[in-house]
Design a protein around this ligand. Structure first.
Ligand code: SAH
Ligand code: SF4
Length: 361
């Protein structure tokens, strides 16, 4: 019998499959709090249940094949799936530990885990390395969840410790909506990693009707839109998907999306030198987002070998930001976390495929 990945199951689904059902809670605790890698570790389960679980299920569908450490404390992981394909996930250190003057701890570190939702991507954005290899397949919910579990475990982040989660790795999350929604629920489970849905952000290239579908799920997740251009012509060139879902359709879908009261929809704007870094674009962006509870995150284009695009100047970035903030729009510049480890999505995988190396160390 082919074994199932136990992490593909929500707690409710697991409870339906095992007997007695209440053991699902304990199994979740072992998997996501204690990071168990085998059923034998689950000592408070009766032996016969452990045996049944072993017969029916697998734990952990991923194998770590590479890790790169960045100077800023971020770490990038390359994982191999059961069928040999590879995906990336990144631990971002958003804030270091902080101490009071007397040496006592003021704040713990703040982490964000960036995860992949597909092997490759169908969307085919001109600037994105993930797109270059085409689309291979969707990840299952268990494969998505396991990236978070492995990263937390590898970095000794306690099971109940808060982290933020962003679906900004490889793939288009809304093109794999069913499994992504399931993984959001598994990660949010109180008996599991308890990552509240308002700490989870789904980033999309703008599949308007899927944004509406996600909204109807009423999960409470945050939405990030990869806008990158304010004219349909330019956006079509950068992101061919704009032919099917233009800017206006995205704006309408966003307006209908249920946003948490204390949150804003994030508009990501990848700034590419001499392509979309002009102040006239900032002007248009301002009017486009009028009436939306929005914030803008400017991202430096992160160049890689063979790309025609260039990283913008810092001065131009700051001018763009200043134009928006001085007119009341929340706008930040994304710190290039892990730049020295080629953190833009797809770059570690590309390197591994090119060099055929399994490990850098
Ligand atoms: N497919 C989704 C989520 C994954 S991509 C989406 O597009 O939103 C996550 C972010 O990385 C996107 O905003 C994307 O535009 C950005 N990105 C892709 N290639 C990049 C590069 N070379 N430099 C900087 N950001 C990049
Ligand atoms: Fe896919 Fe996002 Fe890359 Fe576009 S930027 S190709 S949607 S992963």
């Amino acid at each position: 019998m082919l074994k199932k990945n136990i992490q593909d199951l929500t707690k409710a689904e697991l409870a339906q499959e095992i007997s007695p059902a209440f053991r699902a809670k304990q199994i979740y605790h072992w998997l996501y709090h204690k990071y168990a890698t085998s059923f034998d570790e689950m000592r408070n389960l009766p032996q016969d249940l452990r045996d049944t679980l072993k017969e029916k299920y697998l734990i952990s569908p991923l194998k770590q094949v590479m890790v790169q450490n960045s100077k800023d404390g971020s770490r990038k992981y390359l994982y191999e799936l059961h069928d040999g394909h590879t995906i990336e996930a990144v631990l971002l250190l958003m804030r270091e530990k902080q101490y009071h003057k007397d040496g006592s701890l003021k704040h713990k570190e703040r982490y964000t885990v960036c995860i992949s939702s597909q092997v490759g991507c169908k969307v085919g954005c001109a600037f994105c390395l993930t797109a270059k290899g085409g689309f291979v397949r969707n990840l299952t919910a268990g494969e998505i969840v396991e990236q978070v579990r492995l990263i937390k475990k590898d970095n000794d982040i306690a099971g109940n410790r808060r982290v933020n989660l962003v679906f900004m790795g490889m793939g288009e999350p809304l093109d794999n909506l069913k499994e992504v929604v399931k993984s959001v629920k598994i990660c949010a489970d109180e008996e599991g990693m308890a990552i509240a849905t308002h700490r989870q952000t789904i980033s999309t290239s703008g599949l308007s009707y899927k944004i509406e579908k996600l909204g109807k799920e009423a999960l409470g997740v945050n939405l990030a839109i990869s806008l990158h251009a304010v004219d349909d012509d330019l956006r079509e060139w950068l992101m061919p998907i704009n032919k099917a879902y233009n800017i206006q359709s995205i704006i309408e879908a966003v307006k209908a999306f249920p946003v948490n009261e204390r949150k804003r929809v994030m508009f990501e704007y990848l700034v590419i030198k001499d392509v979309n870094d002009d102040i006239s674009a900032a002007k248009k962006l301002l009017s486009l987002l009028d009436g939306i509870k929005a914030k803008v995150n400017l991202i430096y284009f992160n160049p890689y070998g063979g790309t025609q695009f260039k990283r913008p100047n810092q001065a131009d970035m700051e001018k763009f930001q200043a134009y928006l903030t001085s007119r009341g729009l929340h706008c930040t510049i994304r710190e290039s976390k892990g730049l020295d480890i080629s953190a833009a999505c797809g770059q570690l995988r590309e390197q591994e495929i090119r060099e055929g190396s399994k490990c850098l160390f």
